[in-house]
Design a binder for this molecule. Sequence first.
Ligand code: BTN
Length: 357
Amino acid sequence: MDSNILRGHTENFVLSLLSDKDMYGYEMLEEIKKKTNDKFAIKKITLYKTLERLEKAECIVSYYDQDGDSKGGKRKYFEITDEGRKKIKEDIYEWNETKEILELFIIDSSHVIIGDNVLYYDEVTSTNDLAKEFAQEKIAEGSCVIADTQKKGRGRLNRNWYDQKGKVIAMSIVLYPKTDLKDLSKITQVAAAGVFETLKQYGVVAKIKWPNDILIKGKKICGILVESALKDNEVEYIVIGIGLNLNLDLELVPEDLKLASLNVEIGKEINKDEFILNLFNNLTIYYNQFLKGGNAFTDICRENSYLIGKEAYIKVNGKSYKVEIVDISTNGELLVRNEYGQIETYVQTEVTLEDNY
Ligand code: BTN
């Protein structure tokens, strides 16, 4: 089918929604679910591209709401212009016809959609801390807190997370998986696979350093911090924190941090909103696979592992041991060969190439 026809239909769909009232992006996504009796959901990236095109063509304008929510988060809403209203009049499609065409690029609405509800902040202490507060208040699953800068961004083992305002992605996603506790560590792999695939869309093939780092040529471009709360031996909530260096000025970064940044890798500034939506899309795919018992995300972590085949150091009960990294099992555990030649299995352990604990 001619892609211009598809474009015409999504544009028309958005314009007809906005001709009734101004709307947030997430309301438009909900509206299509309603119109298809909860059977379908439009992909967020498709909606975003459509909104971007309509804004460029001056058919709509967007604003951030002034007041924000109780914690100061701001959301973008969209308004139709006279130009947009003229376009609808010229180009009316029946809803049924639009629906048929939309079905070509919509997804099963039983999926948890990551990033349906996004809360943006200029400055926070840590997006993970805020996301945890929202999780306790039972915010919708898949909601995401994003900040331009964090005053106390945290890494694993309470390390500081490096930040240049607006130049990194700092996001935290709230999830409520009904899962066995033994599978919880796979969530880090879900996130790692999502980040890996998104970087690949930009032509960068990274390495995944088990359990939570994404590296380019040995330097860190992304770190993942998964935190969870348990109640009566069940998962109450999970927060996936992702810190990704998108447009860093590497000249300002201390050498010893050994950081990489996507803009430097591909030689141009990266559009942050677009990257985030691509990332949401990939995280949605792997998280829903996880919920359905799949493990393609583990395969991605194994096939692109930074560590497999290398000698490394792991820390057990405060003591560091030299091992050979052998594999990642289909269950997502790290398999290592100890100094006696025996294979040991780890679920969440810190691994380094140098004995620098
Ligand atoms: C690590 O490399 O040890 C994990 C780094 C995780 C950093 C992210 S940035 C967004 C979220 N908020 C935080 O305070 N930490 C995570």
